[in-house]
Design a protein around this ligand. Structure first.
Ligand code: MN
Length: 130
């Protein structure tokens, strides 16, 4: 089964790099370039994890996270904010808005996928002896 990650990011270069790295590690990536389309995609795709840029045009990432959490089917989906280090106070706001964690921009290609995998939902254990 391929694991699908939803990437909500307005910057084309960032989308390209994140998608490239994730696909290299066997993930399928669905991307959206703004909050409303990202929320719609989350509801139809049922991703195993959502990567959320905070600086988005119109609806910002904090508002997107809060809205995602309103949908019962997305309540337990890990959401990782992607934030600029310079944005003081952003991280606390991300967590308060419902994100599980954050990744610093610019993303580090060497560690990006490993950082994300810390937040992946646990894989169900194989059925053992009764
Ligand atoms: Mn952005």
């Amino acid at each position: 089964m391929r694991r699908t990650i939803l990437l909500i990011e307005d910057n084309e270069q960032n989308r390209y790099l994140a998608t490239f790295l994730l696909e290299q590690h066997g993930y399928a990536v669905v991307s959206a370039t703004d909050g409303p389309s990202g929320i719609a995609a989350a509801r139809t795709v049922a991703p195993c994890l959502i990567l959320l840029d905070i600086q988005l045009p119109g609806m910002d990432g904090h508002a997107v996270a809060r809205e995602l959490r309103l949908h019962p089917e997305l309540r337990d989906t890990p959401i990782l904010a992607v934030t600029s280090y310079a944005m003081v106070g952003d991280r606390e706001k991300c967590l308060a808005a419902g994100c599980n964690g954050y990744i610093e921009k610019p993303i580090n290609p060497e560690t990006f996928v490993a950082e994300i995998e810390l937040f992946k939902p646990p894989v169900p254990a194989p059925p053992g002896p009764a």
